[in-house]
Design a protein around this ligand. Structure first.
Ligand code: COA
Length: 238
């Protein structure tokens, strides 16, 4: 028990350069209080005393601004920095050494039943104001950028940013937007450009075929028919 508490305090000092002492961690970090209370409410929840567990967790929320459902499963050295506005849903699973900042939601989409909240694997970091929704997994060592909305799995050791979240860094290397691996999160803008490019290619090929056919038939090419303006082909530089 004491060794766990010491490890929690050490995690705060290690991950927040503004924390200069164990005393400061103990007294100034509501994230720690929320986690310690969660260990108690989780035990109550598992023993069937769900109302009491929920009641305590709501009181903790009022004191810390951090709402952790008693059913959530949380690993060691979890660190919630600042805390205000954090919501962790009932079926969330959080690994070891995970960090969350203020305003993070690990929530449900409202469309799923049973396991309906995210799994966040060891060493992942979820930035301020990020929203992670549904029974998806944020892979080990991955980072969710501030303000992102993530609705699909994030592979290990990736950085995901934006709305909807898209992978921009994988295993320490930038991901070229036009060279996405299929397992990456889809980027709707890139998809739209690809689709337009495919259509332009098809139209150009068709135009070339039509021009060849016209030339073979000895017909007047488009733009040279009667009534076409004389100056259509005139080089304005002449
Ligand atoms: C995402 C983050 C973890 C950086 O991860 P990283 O792997 O080092 O990524 P990079 O900084 O190399 O950025 C990669 C790309 O994503 C962009 N990016 C980074 N963070 C972003 C964000 N939150 N939203 C949108 N785009 C972001 C960068 O501009 C860069 O784009 P580019 O390739 O067009 O230049 C960091 O920017 C972040 O958001 N951290 C959250 C920290 C936090 O919440 N702090 C609160 C303290 S109170």
């Amino acid at each position: 028990m004491m060794s766990r508490v010491k490890a929690d305090i050490a995690a705060v000092k290690e991950r927040d350069p503004a924390c200069l002492s164990s005393w400061s961690a103990l007294t100034n970090y509501p994230g720690l209080w929320a986690i310690w209370w969660h260990r108690i409410t989780h035990r109550l929840h598992r023993s069937g005393r769900t109302w009491l567990a929920r009641y305590i967790s709501q009181r903790v929320r009022r004191r810390t601004g951090i709402e952790i459902h008693p059913g959530a499963v949380i690993g060691e050295r979890f660190f919630i920095d600042h805390g205000m506005g954090v919501v962790i849903g009932e079926t969330s699973i959080i690994g070891d050494d995970v960090t969350l900042y203020q305003g993070v939601t690990l929530g449900g989409t409202g469309k799923e039943h049973g396991k309906r909240h995210p799994t966040v694997e060891d060493f992942a970091v979820v930035g301020v104001g990020a929203t992670v929704l549904g029974d998806i997994t944020v892979g080990r060592g991955s980072r969710v950028g501030a303000g992102a909305v993530v609705i699909a799995d994030v592979p290990e050791n990736c950085t995901v940013v934006g709305i909807p979240g898209r992978v921009v860094v994988r295993e320490g290397r930038r991901v070229d937007a036009v060279d996405l691996h299929h397992e990456d999160l889809p980027d709707p803008i890139v998809e739209m450009y690809r689709s337009v490019n495919r259509r332009v290619d098809r139209l150009e090929a068709r135009l070339a075929r039509d021009e060849d056919a016209v030339a073979e038939a000895g017909a007047v090419p488009l733009g040279k028919e009667d009534g076409a303006r004389e100056d259509d082909d005139v080089d304005p530089g002449l």
